[in-house]
Design a protein around this ligand. Structure first.
Ligand SMILES: [Zn+2]
Length: 399
């Protein structure tokens, strides 16, 4: 069995930490971390929910299901969250991966329902296409104060920014500075939250010998729930459309949990005081980019890159840069983004990238939508008649 216990909140210098113990009772824990914690600047420590284990359920459940261990929470959680996990979430996890098995999930009791809710309507800011699209719709264009975003968050929860060595901390703080500046230009307060959830992911990666895009999302949902005394509504930015999740189901299975099931999993990650909304599945990524392409914030801060270049710019040639730059090229907007993307590098491989997209049509969601986007805009893509392979390189025949 895995037990979660000892919930506490305390000050540590300039931050406040919410923490609980994770104890393996019937096997030796393979994880370096003996506790799970969430930390925020002490000025905002009152957001951390120290009256409920809600933030300490999802990752331990995933770990428990991976190791076929029952999970018990030695304390109270939201009754709504408990019911959703008991009846639905475990089944979704099992459907997602054959490495996850159903286990018993029990708690001591339930958090007292409270009428007092936080006042924050939040979303994350990474300056990627998905996050900027959500901010554009639900801050720039939203007028209803009950649904208009009033704060932006950045969590240190996944492989892209979590490192505990000094260089990793520098990357996290560099990204924080960039996103904090973007939030200031947008006109919203910015909060960063640190957590040690990623090492649990990393240990399972070693077992599986891959970078499983699964727990990263659960980490993010846990971070949101840790802020239960401040946040009452939170938009999580989805990356693919409802249709793509259905059409490319097998591509996402046991590889990318958000792609596989976020549109029906996220609505189950709720408590009586915090609502999560999955946003963005109503758009293709190219349509999100088209919507925000002329926004001055996008032109200054768009960050799609897997690489962390020292000057903070986008490399232009990683998978996410390529899919973004092809869409910008189709829209005739490449020059508008020359300051923040390495366009020269992109141009060297843009033709091969277009052929790769054509070859992946119908198999990969983002390549497929870029090809569709090109056709919709009468943008010339390579044809079988106009290209061939010579010495392993794609060659182009001009008509
Ligand atoms: Zn890149």
């Amino acid at each position: 069995m895995i037990e979660i216990s000892g919930l506490r909140k305390y000050a540590r210098g300039e931050v406040v930490r919410l923490e609980a113990d994770i104890i393996f009772t019937d096997m030796v824990s393979p994880y370096p971390e003996k506790t799970i914690y969430f930390e925020i600047d002490k000025a905002h420590g009152d957001m951390l929910a120290d009256d409920s284990y809600d933030a300490f359920v999802l990752v331990p459940l995933f770990v428990a299901m991976y190791h076929k261990q029952d999970l018990h929470i030695r304390g109270n959680i939201s009754k709504k969250l408990y019911q959703n996990i008991k009846w639905y979430v475990r089944k979704i996890f099992c459907d997602y991966s054959p490495d996850l098995s159903n286990v018993n999930f029990t708690v001591d009791g339930f958090t007292e329902p409270t009428k007092a809710r936080g006042k924050i309507i939040g979303t994350g800011i990474s300056c990627g296409v998905d996050s900027l699209s959500t901010i554009y719709d639900h801050f720039v264009n939203e007028t209803d104060p009950d649904y208009r975003i009033n704060a932006l968050f950045y969590f240190n929860h996944d492989i892209h920014n979590y490192r505990k060595d000094s260089s990793g901390q520098m990357i996290f703080h560099k990204l924080c500075r960039k996103n904090r500046q973007a939030a200031a230009d947008i006109g919203l307060p910015f909060y960063s939250l640190d957590t040690n959830l990623y090492p649990f992911n990393e240990t399972i990666f070693k077992f599986r010998k891959d970078n499983w895009l699964s727990m990263s999302y659960i980490n993010a949902y846990s971070c949101i729930l840790s802020l239960g005394k401040g946040v009452f509504r939170y938009y999580t930015a989805g990356g693919s459309t409802y249709d793509q999740k259905k059409i490319f189901y097998t591509d996402y299975h046991d590889r990318d949990m958000a792609g596989f099931c976020d549109f029906y999993l996220v609505p189950l990650i709720q408590t009586e005081r915090t609502e999560l909304i999955i946003d963005g599945c109503q758009y293709r990524r190219v349509d999100k980019l088209k919507k925000i392409v002329d926004w001055d914030i996008t032109k200054k801060y768009l960050d799609t890159c897997y690489e962390n270049k020292s000057d903070g710019s986008n490399c232009g040639i990683c998978g996410k840069c390529l899919r973004t730059l092809l869409a910008l090229e189709i829209m005739g907007k490449l020059d508008d983004y020359a300051d923040i993307f390495d366009i020269e590098q992109y141009k060297k491989i843009s033709f091969a990238n277009k052929i790769r997209c054509l070859k992946s049509y119908g198999e990969k969601p983002f390549e497929t939508e870029n090809v569709d986007f090109a056709r919709e805009n009468n943008f010339p893509m390579p044809t079988k008649r106009s290209c061939y392979v010579l010495n392993g390189k794609f060659m182009f025949v001009k008509d």
